[in-house]
Ligand binder design. Structure first.
Ligand code: SF4
Ligand code: SF4
Length: 506
């Protein structure tokens, strides 16, 4: 990603740290004053500084609350949605049935053979992420990533119990007292409750939710469920409660990858250097301007820094730690509003436009450009292929396995017999009777042990194995191995499937 060069027309720029999108950074100073600069010693570890972000109000905060409510609502409630699939079939709309090897997603049912759809979905998600990044930076990180959503929720609880930034900083610095113990106990108890509920909701996706809730309440659930809940409780509590921005900065690979997916025309939350610099206090601005001196819009109030959950100063340029959550925009817009100045000192902008404005050139928004077109085509292509494949996929299947020993049997009348194990697959929620035939072997006769080839019953949403014997008349010139095709057909729907194997002969 290109870097922002702070451009000031009249006043020489103060030396500042540059945009840091790769390489290690080290933080110096207090939460209010620190900057991110390359660590000259190349240290691999920097101790965490506790960040106590200030609450803000504004458009981005409202959007984030709405996204938090919707995403958490989906996560916690979806296991309880019902979807009728027929008698004896699971009625949970979204269910990962590991015992039966089925993934139910409303009307879609995937079998282990359909693993390609899962891979396709992952590829589609990756390309969508690339596209989002190329158009508008780390939209995923700032608004949708589970780490961001749960951290926001934990922060809201912290604020509710311990107060806003100033009260929390005071509490951090205060010696231990009954009041501090009470507040801390309450906070951690609620965090643990949310973390436990998060783990509890997760296991509900793997079994019938109402039944599993009953089992969990009466301590009769499978051990795996308790282990999963405990693991997720611990990870949620640690990641959202304690590690927070460190997950984004150090554990997640995405900040390092995203630099190669954006360019100077990508929208990002940026400080508009051309408007903000030179920073001047509100009182001095009018005096300076009246005297013909330059005075920027930024009053150096640090509201944007204290609001930042990553603890960074957006005025230093685009930084790897920035998750593009937009809270600094709300903070700055509030300050500008109070001062009666136009909002938008920080906002979605492109590096190219920042530079253009500084140089007095016209700005433009280039959403459509080669990389967004390529990512868009990839998303459309993979999505279209998956949809087409899902819409036309067969709900009937079969596999054939030739007997290993003996490969063939010559009967007393010269007839050659081969044995096969044939597994028929019925993905429909009704029992079906399929008809089996063999092609490629002249005058072949097919027998099914315990059944008739014209009417092989396969239960609903299940597989059924049959032992199949194929006979070739004596005297036929076959060669040692003749390719044959097994075909099954559903006479009711015309649907069918084919599997190939060989007919062995002397
Ligand atoms: S700098 Fe602004 S957009 Fe970036 S993480 Fe901090 S508050 Fe969010
Ligand atoms: S909130 Fe706005 S005015 Fe205050 S320091 Fe940040 S950019 Fe400057």
């Amino acid at each position: 990603m290109s870097q922002i060069e702070p451009a000031r027309k009249s006043v020489p720029p103060k030396p500042r740290s540059t945009t840091v999108l790769s390489g290690r950074t080290k933080k110096f100073g207090t939460a209010a004053t620190r900057t991110a600069i390359p660590d000259p010693n190349g240290a691999l570890y920097a101790a965490r500084r506790k960040i106590q972000p200030q609450a803000v109000r504004g458009t981005f905060r409202t959007v984030k609350w709405a996204i938090l409510a919707v995403t958490l609502g989906i996560y916690y409630l979806v296991p309880f949605l019902r979807w009728y699939r027929g008698p004896g079939e699971p009625s949970q709309a979204v269910l990962l049935d590991l015992d039966r090897g089925r993934f139910h997603f409303f009307a879609i049912e995937l079998w282990p053979q359909d693993v390609t759809y899962v891979m396709g979905l992952l590829i589609l998600a990756a390309f969508t992420l690339f596209l989002m990044n190329a158009v508008a930076g780390r939209v995923w990180c700032g608004y949708l990533c589970p780490q961001t959503v749960w951290t926001d929720l934990f922060l809201a609880v912290e604020r509710l119990i311990e107060g806003d930034r100033r009260e929390r900083l005071r509490l951090d610095a205060a010696p231990w007292s009954m009041e501090k113990v009470r507040l801390r106990t309450m906070k951690h108890a609620v965090w643990l409750l949310i973390a436990w509920w998060t783990g509890g909701a997760w296991v509900l996706y793997f079994a019938d939710a109402p039944t599993l809730v009953g089992q969990l309440a009466t301590l009769r659930a499978p051990t795996a469920a308790y282990v999963a809940i405990l693991t997720l409780t611990a990870t949620t509590y640690l990641l959202a409660g304690h590690m927070r921005e460190q997950v984004c900065t150090y554990m997640c690979p995405w900040p390092r990858i995203q630099g190669s997916l954006t360019d100077e025309h990508s929208l990002n939350i940026l400080y508009r250097v051309d408007r903000g610099e030179p920073r001047t206090s509100a009182k001095k601005t009018a005096v300076l301007r009246a005297a013909g001196q330059p005075a920027g819009g930024c009053v150096d109030c640090f509201a944007c820094v204290t609001a930042c959950p990553a603890g960074i100063d957006i005025r230093e340029g685009l930084q790897m730690d920035c998750i593009q959550c937009g809270l600094c925009v709300d903070a700055c817009d509030t300050v500008m509003g109070k001062l009666g100045r136009p909002a938008g000192l920080i906002g979605y902008d492109t590096e190219a436009n920042v530079r253009c404005r500084a140089e007095g050139r016209p700005t433009s928004l280039r959403i459509v450009r080669p990389r967004t077109v390529v990512y868009g085509l990839l998303v459309a292509g993979v999505g279209g292929l998956m949809l087409q494949s899902l819409a036309t996929r067969s709900l009937t299947g079969m596999s054939v396995l030739h007997d290993r020993n003996p490969l063939f049997v010559t009967l007393s009348d010269g007839t050659i017999r081969n044995g096969y194990t044939v597994r028929l697959i019925n993905k429909r929620p009704v029992e079906r009777h399929l008809s089996l035939s063999v092609e490629g072997l002249p005058d072949a006769r097919v027998e099914v042990v315990g059944g008739t080839p014209d009417r092989l019953p396969v239960p609903s949403d299940a597989t059924q194995e049959f032992r199949v014997l194929v006979f070739a008349p004596g005297g036929a010139r076959l060669g040692p191995s003749l390719p044959v095709a097994f075909r099954i057909t559903d006479p009711a729907s015309g649907e069918g499937a084919v599997a190939t194997d060989h007919f062995k002969a002397p």
